[in-house]
Design a protein around this ligand. Structure first.
Ligand code: KG4
Ligand code: ZN
Length: 380
């Protein structure tokens, strides 16, 4: 089965084609159009700019992905799109495009939770079959989340951030230090030159049984040291040290809580994803800590840590292959919850996703436009 996936939850337009095989799901082709350069002058994502870009990009990227593997639209067995969480206007573009394409091709359309895509992406990127149960860490610009994954659609929240997400903290600290957006890669670049022990920065929630995160105290401490050092120091080395110390503080907390979560959930596997997992120090320290604790660490290569459509198409393909009811709501949900999914309302389901107007049942060409009350429109 081949599934075309569309991801437009934030500032990346991504399209991928995947194919299921008996063991796992393989990527056939994928393309991501990054908008970072467009948003950089504003210091963050501008929703309207992102939306217009998605609208412009999708009709170009879908044929491009198919052309890459010399396949036509008829090769697609199902279409998947991110349903939420994310920016409402951006989600709407990808979701509407996917539904329209599915109706035109008479194929099923599947709405995917972006967070479920992230949870699955390390398995997918490593060409491994997804193995439940596991603990998932998602650390991105919008989320910092520890999840006990028991099976598809069966997730228990172990911990999450009470304020900023880890990636958001990187972005805000970078802004404070005058570094461009997005801050994570910039801080990492500068931190290489600094001493991670130079500044004593706070680590939130040291209690063993507390798996929540907080990064606002850390951000305030960085601001304090920044203002003090900027007045007193002339040698720029202090700025390198501050970046290195901040990065180490975030990495320490993410690694320690992830290992605690695995032990608390009594599982053997830790699957990690999200843009912050591109960070080399975080990847190295996770690898070391998991090796010491005998945990099977599943980490995606960087291209699959950040937002991508492979994880959306792959999640849909795996769920369809597992016989899980593939469904697509008739609306996006910017706050879609992984733990208590919103009821999907009236489903536009699979092959039959089409609105049938009553006056089309006759062969006669209607001579006037019927104004239909909501109850007169059948969704079937
Ligand atoms: O997953 P992602 O691409 O988009 C969201 O869903 O948010 O994550 C983007 C976030 C940004 O906050 C960015 O600063 C952070 O991931 N990031 C990094 C690195 N690369 C990206 N953070 C730390 N180190 C990196 N190398
Ligand atoms: Zn994401």
């Amino acid at each position: 089965m081949r599934v075309l996936g569309i991801e437009t939850s934030c500032d990346e337009t991504a399209v991928a084609l995947v194919e299921t095989n008996p063991w796992s799901t393989d990527i056939l082709a994928q393309v991501v159009s990054s908008q970072i350069d467009l948003h950089r002058p504003y210091g963050g994502v501008v929703p309207e700019v992102a939306t217009r870009e998605h609208l412009r990009n999708l009709p170009l990227l879908v044929p491009r992905v198919l052309k890459d593997v010399n396949l036509g639209l008829e090769a697609i067995d199902a279409v998947a799109a991110t349903e939420g969480p994310g920016l409402a206007s951006s989600l709407l573009i990808g979701h509407s495009y996917a539904r329209a394409l599915a109706v035109a091709l008479s194929k099923p359309v599947v709405g995917v939770n972006h967070l479920e895509g992230h949870l699955y992406s390390p398995f997918f990127a490593s060409r491994r079959a997804v193995e439940f149960p596991f603990v998932g860490l998602i650390a991105s610009g919008g989320h910092t989340l520890l999840v006990h994954a028991l099976g598809w659609d069966r997730y228990i929240k172990l911990g999450s951030t009470v304020d900023d997400a880890a990636g958001e903290a990187f972005d805000k600290v970078a802004k404070l230090l005058g570094l461009p957006y997005p801050g994570g890669p910039e801080i990492e670049r500068v931190a290489v030159k600094g001493n991670p022990e130079a500044f004593g920065l706070p680590r939130s929630f040291p209690e063993r049984d507390n798996l929540n995160f907080s990064f606002s105290g850390l951000k305030t401490a960085v601001r304090f040291f920044y203002e003090k050092s900027a007045q007193m120091q002339t040698d720029p080395v202090w700025a390198y040290d501050l970046c290195a110390s901040f990065q180490k503080a975030v990495v320490d907390v993410l690694v320690r809580k992830s290992i605690q979560a695995v032990s608390q959930a009594r599982v053997e596997r830790l699957a990690v994803s999200g843009g912050v997992l591109c960070n080399r120090m975080l990847r190295d320290e996770l690898e070391f800590a998991c090796y010491e604790a005998g945990i099977d660490l599943i980490v995606a290569e960087p291209a699959f840590c950040t937002d991508n459509a492979g994880m959306i198409a792959g999640t849909a393909a795996e769920k369809l292959a597992a016989g899980i009811e593939a469904r697509c709501g008739d609306d996006i949900n910017p706050n879609l919850d992984l733990f208590a999914p919103e009821p999907h309302g009236d489903m536009a389901r699979g092959l039959n996703a089409a609105i049938k107007l009553k006056n089309r049942q006759t062969k006669e060409v209607p001579q006037k436009i019927d104004v239909l009350a909501p109850g007169e429109i059948e969704v079937w």
